[in-house]
Design a protein around this ligand. Structure first.
Ligand code: ATP
Ligand code: MG
Ligand code: MG
Ligand code: MG
Length: 500
């Protein structure tokens, strides 16, 4: 597939003899290959989603990495001769670890979740923004680590490890924080954590031209580092964020795809961009209620109960499920609005804009918006250039007057892309994916039609998300077995919701 060698895993780490277990239930699809290896003084047993399960090991250090790195050349130079000619990202992580130890995780710029064992210590690490969610359960029966919470649902509640958070539902699982490495010694229960990245809180003051140049350069590099020479698909709305990504791919044979429903589409805006940059473009139209009824898939993939976030993710999940062909590498324009404050529509002072940006950059963790499972449930690998570590560092730190300027939101990005995109695209107002597809409004109408009072709609949406989460995560039921209409009926019947 167009993705990395390993896209997910579920591993138990024990001091004694491993117990053979069944393959875990995961929402990500792919071939589950058994892992059964000694690792230092410990033993790993479990499963990886992979064709070949490369679990490199050297000098008593063993590594598994789901996902990929994006600055291999720079990293190889930093590591030195032991990294010469190393192309596999898990091997690169191993070489990095052998030179730098756990703080070497601070060097990595990628989209990954990793486990490293050295001696009697196990380290579970996320990338800077936790874009590949990573879950742990540490209890009497040992330490278990997986890229989906549902895989770890059996067993008692986990010890509250440092560097981890509780997750929704009753799985008893903990989630490793974004930009964090958690170290556990299973034999003693000793645990600690380090941060590997924090969102910047300072703001950089730059002349317009210099700011525009920096944004262009860093985004261009992020897009390029996400191409692997094979075919690439860009999910394109015709908004400035995804149009910029599509324009920066600059390779022939790029495919762009747009989703629309009977409730709304952005087809014309996307078509304008596709024509301008010359991609192979296709449009998919689905029924808006059919789209909303696929909510269980979005909940199963993201493993969250936040209805607002689910409304952003649902159209993407529906689109990934529709795509013909298997194993695509998909680039998105997702996440640009967070460091640029694109959702913030108030037009006056800049203090409120920067407050929103700072708040959002400190509360994204656990929303799982970037989870690869959203694409992997249909066998596709997704990657998000705006949440590249270098891009995020630059975009977050630019002073807010460069983000809202001359009456424009996301001004610095629009200016950076002026030469590559049509004027209509550069100046196109932001439209959220949940708005353009009608996801929010149609889910609301379905609730109103079922008798939910207008004031109860947000509560009903959340109740539905919780009920679905309970089944597709808490009990790992296949999302195909969970009927949106049944859940809606149950939620309405629950005494806490007033029905007109
Ligand atoms: P803007 O934020 O300015 O509207 P955008 O549309 O590219 O730009 P979002 O609306 O934030 O960004 O949507 C997030 C991402 O989801 C997009 O960048 C794009 O990759 C994808 N996306 C959104 N809507 C669609 C759509 N209708 N068809 C295909 N992909 C879409
Ligand atoms: Mg966006
Ligand atoms: Mg956007
Ligand atoms: Mg949009």
């Amino acid at each position: 597939m167009g993705g990395p060698p390993i896209t997910g895993f579920s591993i138990r780490i024990t001091t004694g003899e491993p117990q053979a277990g069944d393959a875990p239930t995961l929402t990500a699809t792919g071939q589950a290959v058994a892992i059964n290896v000694p690792a230092g003084g410990l033993h790993w047993s479990g499963w990886a989603l992979t064709a070949s399960a490369p679990i490199p090991s050297a000098d008593g250090v063993t590594v598994v990495l789901a996902g990929e790195l994006y600055h291999r050349d720079a990293l190889r130079v930093a590591i030195g001769p032991s990294a010469d000619g190393v192309n596999d990202d898990a091997e690169l992580l191993l070489a990095c670890w052998l030179r730098y130890g756990a703080p070497g995780l601070r060097l990595l710029d990628g989209r990954f979740a990793a486990v490293v064992t050295e001696g009697d210590t196990v380290v579970a690490a996320t990338d800077h923004a936790g874009t590949v969610p990573l879950y742990v359960r540490h209890g009497q029966d040992g330490l278990a680590i997986a890229t989906e919470a549902k895989a770890l649902r059996h067993g008692g509640p986990s010890e509250p490890l440092p560097g981890t958070e509780s997750v929704p539902g009753n799985t008893g699982v903990r989630r490793v924080r974004a930009g964090t490495a958690v170290a556990v010694v299973p034999s003693s229960g000793k645990a600690s954590a380090i941060r590997t990245w924090l969102p910047p809180e300072h703001r950089i003051v730059l002349p317009e031209e210099e700011a525009v140049r920096r944004v262009y350069t860093v985004l261009d590099e992020a897009v390029r580092s996400r191409l692997d020479g094979g075919p690439v698909t860009v999910v394109l709305s015709g908004g400035i964020d995804s149009s910029s990504v599509a324009a920066l791919t600059r390779q022939s044979g790029v495919e762009t795809i747009s989703l629309g429903t009977d409730a709304g589409d952005e087809f014309e805006a996307a078509r304008t961009v596709a024509d301008h940059i010359g991609t192979r473009h296709s449009e998919f139209r689905v029924g808006s209620e059919d789209l909303v009824r696929q909510l269980p898939w979005a909940v199963a993939a993201a493993e969250i109960i936040d209805a607002d976030v689910l409304e952003y993710l649902l159209p993407l999940v529906v689109m990934y499920r529709l795509l013909p062909g298997a194993g695509r590498r998909i680039l998105t324009g997702y996440g640009a609005d967070i460091p640029l404050g694109g959702m913030h529509r108030a037009t006056r002072r800049l203090d409120s804009l920067d407050t929103v940006i700072s708040d959002d950059m400190n509360t994204f963790d656990g929303l799982n918006e970037m989870s690869p499972v959203l694409g992997c449930l249909a066998g596709h690998w997704t990657t998000h250039p705006y949440w590249d570590r270098s891009v995020l560092d630059v975009l977050t730190a630019l002073e807010p007057g460069l983000k809202r300027r001359h009456g424009r939101d996301k001004w610095v990005l629009r200016e950076a892309m002026r030469d590559l995109l049509p004027e209509a695209t550069v100046s196109r107002p932001k439209l959220g994916i949940h708005e353009g597809s009608g996801t929010t409004s149609v889910w609301t109408s379905m609730l109103l039609d079922a008798g939910v009072a207008a004031a109860d709609v947000p509560r009903a949406k959340r109740a539905m998300a919780i009920a679905i989460h309970d089944r597709v995560v808490g009990q790992a039921e296949p999302p195909a077995d969970v009927s949106f209409d049944d859940v809606l009926r149950d939620v309405i019947a629950s005494p806490s919701l007033a029905v007109v």
